[in-house]
Design a protein around this ligand. Structure first.
Ligand code: NAD
Ligand code: UD1
Length: 338
């Protein structure tokens, strides 16, 4: 089976390429490297001892995509390519809608031209919106409250609508990720954010290597176990394995659209993550309590039982593994891939 991985050089994409190659699949990556480096893919090959095909291409370039499909027999697409910074998305909404929504339409149109109708899409728990009760279950009403979340929601609608037309051959898996952290256990690939990280785990990791001075903990007065925000952290390798299962499931003949939460099904607070990281690294993480971050929720975590029942997948790696693997990656590569 040959899988086209858009955004395959990125954080989740590179880990998924490893798992696909190790599962014996052929991999073709399309990435424009706007938020990643080719070195990540070189390291994927180093880890697996297998080669993949890399195409330096923007998914909005239909002609370029046609050439990729014409030169490779693609059975399915895993679609990671997109912009993902929530704060930035409200500063440059048109760029986000163009990249994430128009990019997906271009990709789906070219797929259809080449009779490739199987797609796994990177959605996000952010589509559930601020009023959803925990744990989040796939049948809940959605209502994202930021531009980034709306781009994910729109793409979900577009792909679901493609499945709804008469005689549709589309087979779509919408994967709603919770909070991916961690890195491959080799320490060769991991999250390499550009500039100051927005997300908790890379921020902690950069404090640990001395790149940043201290962590701001956004709020300690939430109604949670210790007052800090609670999230469902999932090891990126577990998440990558979820994609392998999702793509395998598309190998069955039935068309249609399925939605799966990919999370661990339990939450950890900011301070619990800090403590786990300190234990794994032996380094004290200085932190200060700061005001709540606009748009943050107190607590959310997944009900991931549908993925267990239908994809035969569940998250296995513990928080201790997540922080230990993050630390190995960060300490081996204090400057990321550079
Ligand atoms: P990432 O930025 O590391 O990877 C995205 C990749 O897509 C990058 O390599 C980037 O260069 C590429 N890309 C972006 N726009 C492109 C375009 N127009 N054409 C070709 N390549 C393009 O992000 P990630 O953390 O690996 O996330 C992957 C996907 O999962 C994204 O769609 C993101 O929105 C989604 N997601 C991520 C998280 C998270 O916490 N990391 C959570 C939920 C959903
Ligand atoms: C954020 C996005 C979400 C996106 C997800 C993964 C927002 C509002 N939400 O989610 O849409 O899907 O990233 O990319 O941006 N924290 C600190 N200090 C920090 C960073 C974070 O205390 O420097 C806290 C946050 O308040 C939160 C927790 O750590 O309680 C996790 O934050 P983060 O890693 O940014 O993920 P989310 O907020 O869940």
């Amino acid at each position: 089976m040959a899988v086209l991985v858009t955004g395959g050089a990125g954080y989740i994409g590179s880990h998924t390429c490893v798992e696909l190659l190790e599962a014996g699949m052929d991999v073709v990556v399309v990435d424009n490297f706007c938020n990643s480096k080719p070195e990540a893919l070189r390291r994927v090959e180093e880890i697996t001892g297998k080669a993949l095909v890399t195409c330096d291409l923007d998914i909005r370039d239909r002609e370029g995509l046609r050439k990729v499909f014409a030169s490779h027999q693609i059975d399915a697409v895993i679609h990671f390519a997109g912009l993902k910074a929530v704060g930035e998305s409200s500063q440059m909404p048109l760029a986000y809608y163009d990249n994430n929504v128009s990019g997906t339409v271009a990709l789906a149109e070219v797929m259809a031209e080449f009779a490739c109708f199987k797609i796994v899409f990177s959605s996000s728990a952010t589509v559930y919106g601020p009023d959803a009760p925990v744990p989040y279950i796939e049948t809940l009403a959605t209502g994202p409250c930021n531009v980034y979340g709306r781009t994910k929601h729109m793409v979900e609608d577009i792909l679901r609508d493609a499945c709804g037309i008469p005689e549709s051959q589309w087979q779509v898996s919408l994967l709603r990720y919770f909070n991916p952290i961690g890195a491959h256990e080799s320490g060769k690939i991991g999250e390499d954010p550009q500039g100051i990280p927005n997300n908790l785990m890379p921020y902690i990791a950069q404090v640990a290597v001395g790149k940043l001075k201290s962590l701001n903990v956004f709020g300690d007065d939430y109604p949670t176990v210790d007052g800090t925000g609670v999230r469902d952290y999932i090891h990126v390798v577990d998440l990558a394995k979820g994609h392998v299962q999702a793509v395998r499931k598309l190998d069955k003949p039935d068309p249609g659209c399925n939605i799966y939460n990919l999370g661990a099904g339990r939450g950890y607070s900011v301070l619990e993550v800090v403590k786990a990281f300190e234990q794994a690294s032996g380094i004290t993480i200085p932190y200060e309590i700061a005001p709540r971050r606009a748009g943050d929720l107190a607590e959310f975590y997944a009900d991931a039982s549908l993925a267990k029942d239908e994809l035969d997948w569940e998250a296995e790696l513990t928080i201790e593994r997540m922080v230990a693997d993050t630390w190995r990656w960060q300490s081996n590569n204090p400057k990321g891939y550079e």
